[in-house]
Design a protein around this ligand. Structure first.
Ligand code: THG
Length: 386
């Protein structure tokens, strides 16, 4: 695949911009229970997420991408921390924290939800799991939702304990993920619908098995419920996946941009509301008035959001390095918003990204993107790209 030569250029450009640094060991950056396993796999790069290190790179970007699209990959996503709501008011607190209607959510079901502040700003976009009427997990993105949930619970006088349990997800993603997870746990996993889950155990390791994951290639997440067994669980999945040539990977920046999945904190800023980033379908305006932010969200919905999220394709057939800052987008000489992420799409053979732009801009519009001082021609597009 000629993408490999493209990658060579990208790597050269990257190393010119980022020197190689090390991360100081510290008990403040908590290791994942899968940390030793990922080191043994040859992990090469990390990002910081929820005050933890998350593997992002095993040294073979094209191979890792192809494994996700055509095979099956194993991801250490322990950084997707759980905020547990436990107690008689757990269900009330869950509904107060999100404008998505939870009245029909059953035990063993999950849902992708928006957390908003009182101004309707999106402050996290977790997967919510209902374990029982009095126990929920928010599987959070990269913001301190635990403190938020505690504060709201206390201010509302709710009888609920908010804590971080010893739970760490391991994602198995790709078209062969179902075969691997079925080989491990049994054929019942094939019947799981998206975001549904079951508590079970394997070799005495307590886990939750869910159909979910931050890719559009299908897959499961195995939530490890005993942090001392990380290596054991990793090795079990690795062994079960051998017939399908499983290998290590990580949440894949290229695939998620092609697929249109949101990265909170990367694609959002401190003023972004859910309507602007395609999460309006998860906001139910008729939830009770005590839901945090609902009054503001109703006002925004009535007025119509100022920005919306589209794709942007840049001119040129050479990979450019991923942006580390939002890039200004200009249309007819006027700034209309920003490109919020950027990757070289192996399938489209273009530099692509998300555009958070004025609603006056629409797919098909010709724009210019400011890339390191240069004005690169681009075109707005519908999301997802693929
Ligand atoms: N799994 C778990 N926890 C997580 C993530 C995850 N926490 C952090 C982060 N990812 C939360 N963000 C997302 C974003 C998108 C999706 C899931 C979590 C997702 N979206 C689909 C989509 O947009 O097409 C489906 C949405 C739907 O139809 O309901 O899956 O990945 N445990």
């Amino acid at each position: 695949m000629t993408a490999a030569s493209g990658w060579g250029i990208l790597k050269a450009a990257l190393s010119a911009r980022f020197a190689m640094h090390t991360i100081a060991p510290s008990t403040r950056l908590r290791p994942s229970p899968f940390h030793e396993a990922t080191l043994a796999e040859g992990v090469r790069g990390f990002t910081v997420y929820n005050h933890m290190l998350m593997p992002t790179d095993y040294g073979d970007p094209v191979g890792e991408y192809q494994r996700l699209l055509n095979g099956v990959a194993l991801w250490d996503v322990a950084v997707e921390r759980q905020v547990q709501l436990a107690g008689p008011d757990a269900g009330r607190l869950a509904q107060i924290l999100t404008p998505r209607d939870l009245s029909t959510l059953g035990a063993g079901e999950g849902r992708y939800v928006a957390l908003c502040d009182h101004a309707g700003t999106l402050i996290n976009d977790p997967v919510l799991l209902k374990l029982a009427d009095d126990r929920f997990w928010l599987s959070i993105a990269d913001s301190d939702a635990l403190f938020w949930a505690r504060a709201i619970a206390a201010e509302r006088g709710l009888e609920v304990d908010v804590s971080e349990p010893d739970v760490s997800p391991l994602a198995v993603q790709g078209p062969q993920a179902e075969a691997v997870v079925a080989a491990l746990f049994g054929d019942w996993v094939r019947g799981l619908k998206r975001f549904r889950f079951k508590e079970t155990a394997i070799d005495g390791i307590p886990v939750v098995v869910a159909r979910s994951g931050w890719s559009k290639q299908g897959g499961f997440e195995i939530y490890l419920m005993d942090g001392s067994r990380g290596r054991a669980l990793w090795d079990l999945v690795r062994e079960a996946g051998r017939p399908w040539d499983i290998g290590p990977g990580s949440p894949n920046a290229v695939e998620r941009v092609e697929s249109g999945l949101l990265s909170w904190g990367g694609d959002t800023d401190a003023r972004t509301n859910p309507f602007e980033v395609r999460l309006g379908r998860f906001v139910d305006l008729d939830v009770p008035d005590d839901v945090v932010g609902i009054a503001a969200l109703r006002r925004i919905a009535a007025r119509g959001p100022a920005r919306h999220q589209l794709g942007v394709l840049l001119e040129g057939d050479e990979p450019t390095p991923p942006p580390i800052r939002w890039r200004e987008i200009v249309k007819d000489g006027l700034p209309i918003g920003h490109q919020t992420n950027g990757v070289w799409s192996y399938r489209l053979r273009r530099n692509i990204g998300f555009a958070l732009v004025s609603v006056t801009a629409t797919p098909g519009d010709d724009v210019e993107v400011l890339v390191d001082g240069a004005r690169i021609p681009g075109r707005l597009a519908e999301l997802p790209f693929l």
